[in-house]
Design a protein around this ligand. Sequence first.
Ligand code: NDP
Length: 451
Amino acid sequence: MSFDFDLFVIGGGSGGVRAARVAAEAGARVGLAEESRMGGTCVIRGCVPKKLMVFASSYPAAVAEARAYGWSARLGGFDWLAFRAKLHGELDRLEGIYRGNLLKAGVAIYDARAVLEDAHRVRLDSGESVSAKHILVATGARPFVPEFPGHELALTSNDMFDLEALPKRLLVVGGGYIACEFAGIMNGLGVEVTQFYRGAQILRGFDDEARGHVAEAMRARGIDIHCGTEVLAMERDGAGVRVACTGGNDRSFDAVLYATGRVPNSAGLGLEALGVGLGRNGEVKVDAYSQTAVPSIYAVGDVTDRINLTPVAIREGHAFADTVFNGRPTTADHELVASAVFTQPELGSVGLTEEQAREREPIEVYSAAFRPMQSLFAGQNEKVMMKLIVAQASRKVLGCHIVAPAAGEMIQLAAIAIKMGATKEDFDRTVAVHPTMAEELVTLRSPVRKA
Ligand code: NDP
């Protein structure tokens, strides 16, 4: 049977684009449909614009610090609209690069929404219908806002890059990556930020000590975090939003950002009718090779809800293309994936938390909190935290958690050692780079506790 394509990819985000390029470079005839903008969440409404906003928000603290170092620096105003225009210019540039790379690899691009007609056929909303030997679903995820009276007044992370003006008072709901990152960004940009989280401590799933450390630093920087607080209802209040919440502390805000998780984009694609299994949250069920229950259909990235990070989606897309088009059956490795939360200061982590490790085997915990040289000199009290979780029996470092400026950069390097199976003694025999914050990782002498 002959097909129009060897591979048709639905979704032009991190996972889909990598798979399309690798397959095309291997000689496959590849088509790709994207209903929105090329680059997906990471490039258009996630990691990239978020990180640029983190940079933008960091200057007031830098100017304050510069003054403490003897500069007569003064902070002027922040021109959100000028920044926003430049930000979108950069996203346009990156989108162009993504598109150009796909075309260079010989991928046929369809700027259209695609749905599956059968196991080998895709229908585009432009009216076309194309066949393919293999179909890859890489449609990502979208923000989830729970249903409650007034939920339609909530902004999501998608909206944050297009605001017409910065709000004066912002409520952020949620305690995960996105909520904490935007709370920090907006606080840095001079917005009065309140954060409601339903649980006892923000950043559930991360190391407890690290979570406490980040929360303390966020509060010290001026974010008003309320744990154990849920929104009951919202209603319009002039140009703002009146929020009723548990605890009775009802207040009005200029804007409310909901960052309460994301859901896979699997609905309306025709997947279930074909026998592709979906999980409870709509995630496409796949095996270790990213293959669904229908042999010609694969899925990678956030739509499969495994580890929802761009570099993981890229690995999954690459492994899929190697398996199917390069004759090298490859599974994406989901072990010891490091990540960083771009709060201020950042939280970088890899491996097991103290709480997880304790459940598995006897451990030693090495942890230090200290005021780093640069901000100490400027008279600030903020502490950084470096923590290693070590297996008592094998001496392997099972986890590393860093709360510090540039923790994302540090954890990337620590992750290499930990992925290689480094022991505590390997860390110890590595000579320190002085004076740095990260040298603490190789000079942690005695455990603070054993468990
Ligand atoms: P997360 O799952 O990290 O956090 C969701 C938050 O919303 C949690 O605090 C959760 O509370 C809360 N929540 C969920 N449902 C409700 C509800 N009905 N009412 C009130 N609160 C609720 O999701 P995010 O949206 O922050 O991010 C999605 C994913 O994107 C992340 O998990 C991560 O994989 C990825 N990401 C990675 C980034 C990075 O690498 N720097 C940056 C941004 C996103 P509870 O803890 O109680 O469940």
